[in-house]
Design a protein around this ligand. Structure first.
Ligand code: ADP
Ligand code: ZN
Ligand code: ZN
Length: 873
């Protein structure tokens, strides 16, 4: 045997198996002649079965704890290159950068039960059978052969045959003889499931005996096209099954089971055609469309400037060219309206993918997007960035500044960062859209922060020549007209300077183009923002949470027949219960935070809930400390606002839109639809209101208390507060009538409040950038947060101290420094005590690898490595 050749050939392969829902990696030997590659789906022996496995890595040395002949061999290749090489490279990159084992990335990227669900089948190869079965064949193999020959298709699933008593051994014998082959069934078309559907069958003339309420229900159904899933109909009409049953008895409705594709959801929609673009939209689209390669675009457009229309028209030519597109959105609350717009344009080529789908739905969508029979548009949340779509032509991240793109459990990835790598690996354009771009994107797009040797002062003025204005409608990439691609060097991005070597994982390597949509479509003005000083209200004796100017605006809105949104920032100390007699605050028994009170409906019982661990309890009648019956509710939860409206303006109807009322599947859509159809005057909600709601009849936006947002102790609290306030404000005046924003605050001269009133995003962001540079906070620096937690207070503290020692040694005299250890800002959550270590350093230097620290953690202490953390709490 030639020593030289075989020595370098990988003889072993590390595979992922998913046995009993527990993914794990194992090593197998590669038999001679089998050309196994990374990304293949293999068959491997496992216990007494043969199961599916994914080839993760080829290795030239066997694991140290095993002798080579103890290692079992791969049985065969089921499907070559099941995953495309760039896809594997992406997963590996995520594992490297976020410092987690590849396995953990796989668990995030792949749908639950991928291999377990993939049907392994056995097929008889009749043409390979000899005329007479040799006598020497063992009885088990003969019985199996008989069984296979008896069936017409000669094709069975492996588990079925094993259930019929055929042994693994017998199956192997027939495979070795070449009479039978084992294969993984290709993706099935989506399995259908039956669901109850409601169809309107009465004409315009309704039976006379119907009550007004029943007529109301029928009218609502008719407005929806008269054909809905039962669950949607119940939500929409706010009614019960017995009520609908009575309507079927009256001959008005039919309720029957119907097939539903597991990948689809939502009502049928009327088709929609591309709109003629405004000049700004056309310019932006031109730049995106002519880009054939890896490149990134910041589409900076004020709310309502028509970004979504640009996305749609950028996707169309890619689909026509046989390429697929990925569209990421921050949260599911945003998806129904947006998904509908995509569906109207591209019909059944649009699929949704998010964690709210059932395992089955996720599995089907994922598996089919691997080898779609036509190009797809996948609209989804964070994890959709891992959809294995081949031939990806475009990636879009809408509302790119949104923090829900960052996962807060390992792998703590940011979908924007992963999207950038994916665009780079697949060589396709990436479009980041926002009215309020993140500082990180802004800085990169403007080519700031590239070189540490550049004086800070000289970089700043290039952010925006006119801080209160958007830059003129233009793309900054190239002075040449879009029709002549690549004729002159791009303006920003600045080419990498020799002083700032770009790390291979650097997110800066794709060229940037800045695209701006400075005006709303049809040039509706941005809404006027009125700041209301709540201190004055108090001085003048108004103790209501509704200021007098807001009350006036509400009255005006009603008399004009318009609708409004009321926004409350809920998190933090926004709602808690305390005792008037002794001051005791109701706390979560498992966390160091106060409980918030909740009331899902006006007549439902009040409960207290912890936002950190989910603990909930009934509302106590007496103070647990002093038994006083006088308990006081602080802050302004949505329910309190709804109550205040009911007291002051009984004629105004409200819909609550928060985590209490949108808990059930489809509730977002139902509530928004009801509001859009004029089912209420006001939509009262939390952060969810900031996202993508586009309702032309909304003219008034009330921000009940901006202050909760302004004082949060994160390094990027201001950036986030401004983004959120501008986004809420932007919901007003999207239709013909101008909008108005009433911003109530106790600190009217806060810089964030000032920036909102002036719609002055760039000016604010310039100041923010200067601050971050001074403190070396991201994006002017890099950080890793080590989160430790344990149910044992002392142990976690000791571990934190020991790790701090290790980290200090690891960092040595590098430019990185360690802050901490310190108890986390919320020292206890869900009975676990928490400690933090923060590693902080300059840009453009490889992050220290801290994965080895896990070995120094006792089993009772969990360590999460959060690279590029957004949340330091
Ligand atoms: P954004 O995504 O920037 O908030 P949208 O794409 O939702 O903006 O556009 C705001 C509104 O203007 C939507 O109702 C959309 O249908 C409409 N719109 C967008 N582009 C055009 C256009 N070129 N002509 C007419 N209406 C448009
Ligand atoms: Zn008390
Ligand atoms: Zn709790």
């Amino acid at each position: 045997m030639g020593f030289g050749d075989s020595a370098i050939l990988p003889q072993w392969v590390n595979v992922l198996v998913d046995y009993g829902g527990q993914p794990a990696t194992y090593t197998y030997a590669i038999p001679a002649g089998l050309n196994v590659q990374v990304g293949d789906i293999l068959t491997v022996p496992f216990r007494h079965q043969s199961i599916g496995a994914i080839a993760l890595a080829l290795v030239t040395t066997p694991p140290a704890n095993l002798l080579p002949d103890q290692i079992r061999s791969v049985e065969g290749i089921v499907e070559q290159r099941f995953f495309a090489p760039p896809y594997w490279a992406l997963l590996q990159r995520v594992a490297d950068h976020y410092q987690v084992p590849l396995m953990q990335v796989l668990k995030t990227a792949l749908p639950p039960g991928l291999l377990a669900r993939s049907q392994r089948r056995l097929r008889l190869k009749r043409d390979r059978l000899p005329l007479a079965v040799p006598d020497a064949l063992p009885p088990g193999a003969i019985a199996l052969l008989d069984d296979l020959q008896r069936s017409r298709s000669a094709d069975y699933t492996w588990p079925y045959l094993q259930k019929r008593g055929h042994s693994y051994r017998a199956i192997q014998q027939l495979i070795q003889l070449g009479w039978v082959e084992s294969y993984l069934a290709p993706p099935q078309p989506p399995k259908t499931k039956q669901r109850q559907a409601v169809t309107l069958v009465c004409g315009d003339v309704l039976p006379s005996e119907l009550s007004p309420r029943q007529q109301d229900i029928l009218a609502t159904l008719r407005r929806q096209g008269g054909d809905l899933w039962l669950s949607d109909a119940l939500q929409l009409c706010q009614t019960t099954s017995p009520t609908l049953k009575r309507l079927t008895q009256a001959g008005c409705l039919v309720i029957e089971p119907r097939e539903q594709l597991r990948t689809e959801a939502g009502p049928t929609l009327t088709a929609d055609r591309p709109k003629p673009l405004t000049p700004d939209q056309a310019t932006a689209l031109n730049y995106i469309n002519r880009s054939q390669q890896g490149s990134q675009f910041l589409l900076h457009g004020v709310t309502g400037s028509g970004k979504t229309e640009v996305y749609l028209q950028a996707i169309a030519p890619r689909l026509a060219a046989g390429q697929s597109a990925l569209v990421l959105v921050p949260e599911i609350g945003l998806t129904p309206q947006l998904t509908d717009r995509f569906r109207r344009r591209f019909g059944d080529q649009v699929w949704v993918y998010h964690s709210g789908l059932s395992d089955g739905e996720r599995y089907d969508t994922w598996r089919q997007s691997l080898k779609p029979f036509k190009p797809l548009v996948i609209v989804g949340t964070r994890s959709a960035i891992f959809m294995p779509l081949p031939n990806l032509g475009l990636i879009i991240l809408d509302e790119e500044h949104d923090s829900s793109y960052k996962q807060d459990v390992a792998p703590c990835y940011h979908a924007r960062t992963v999207a950038r790598w994916r665009a780079e690996l697949e060589n396709c354009p990436l479009v980041l859209g926002s009215a309020t771009p993140s500082l990180e994107t802004w800085v990169q797009c403007q080519g700031l922060g590239k070189s540490q040797t550049e004086p800070v002062g000289s970089a700043l003025p290039t952010i925006s020549p006119k801080p209160t204005d958007f830059p003129a409608a233009e793309a900054h990439q190239s002075p040449s007209p879009p029709s002549k691609p690549g004729t002159s060097p791009p303006h920003p991005p600045i080419p990498p300077s020799p002083h700032s070597p770009i790390h291979p994982l650097s997110p800066h390597s794709l060229p940037w183009t800045y695209l701006s949509l400075p005006q709303r479509v049809q040039a509706q003005p941005l809404p006027e923002v009125n700041v209301i000083d709540m201190r004055e209200e108090l001085q003048d004796g108004n103790r209501s949470i509704l200021s007098r100017p807001l009350q006036t605006a509400l009255t005006q809105m009603k008399s004009d027949g318009n609708q409004g949104l009321l926004f409350i920032h809920r998190r933090g100390h926004s709602s808690f219960v305390s005792c008037r007699s002794c001051g005791h605050v109701m706390m979560c028994p498992h966390c160091d935070v106060s409980l918030s009170y909740h009331q899902p409906g006006a007549h439902s019982p009040m409960t207290l809930r912890c936002h950190y661990c989910g603990f909930s309890q009934g509302h106590p009648k007496h103070c647990p400390q002093c038994s006083s019956p006088y308990l006081k509710h602080f802050g302004s939860g949505t329910q309190r606002v709804v109550n205040a409206i009911a007291e002051t303006f009984p004629e105004l109807s409200c819909i609550r839109f928060d985590s209490d009322t949108t808990r059930t599947k489809g509730a977002h859509r139902a509530l928004l639809t009801r509001f859009a159809e004029g089912g209420a005057d006001l939509l009262v909600g939390t952060q969810m209101l900031t996202k993508g709601i586009d309702l032309p009849q909304v003219t008034l936006v009330g921000i009940i208390a901006a202050d909760g947002l302004l004082y949060m102790n994160d390094y990027w609290a201001s950036e986030r507060a401004l983004q959120m306030l501008i986004q809420v404000a932007g919901r007003a005046g999207r239709g013909r009538q101008p909008g108005q924003v009433m911003l109530q605050t106790y600190t009217p001269d806060h810089p964030v409040v000032e920036a909102v009133t002036r719609h002055a995003y760039e000016g604010f962001i310039a100041e923010e950038w200067a601050q971050r540079q001074m403190l070396q906070y991201p994006p002017a620096g890099q950080m890793i947060l080590l989160r430790l937690s344990s149910t044992e207070a002392e142990l976690v503290q000791q571990t934190a101290e020991r790790l701090a020692h290790d980290v200090t040694q690891l960092l040595g005299d590098s430019d990185y420094q360690l802050l901490g250890p310190a108890p986390a800002p919320i020292p206890r959550v869900a009975r676990r005590f928490r400690w933090h270590l923060l590693i902080k350093g300059p840009l453009h230097q490889p992050l220290p690898n801290v994965q080895g620290l896990k070995q120094h953690c006792p089993a009772a202490v969990s360590l999460t490595i959060d690279v590029d953390p957004l949340n330091l709490a």
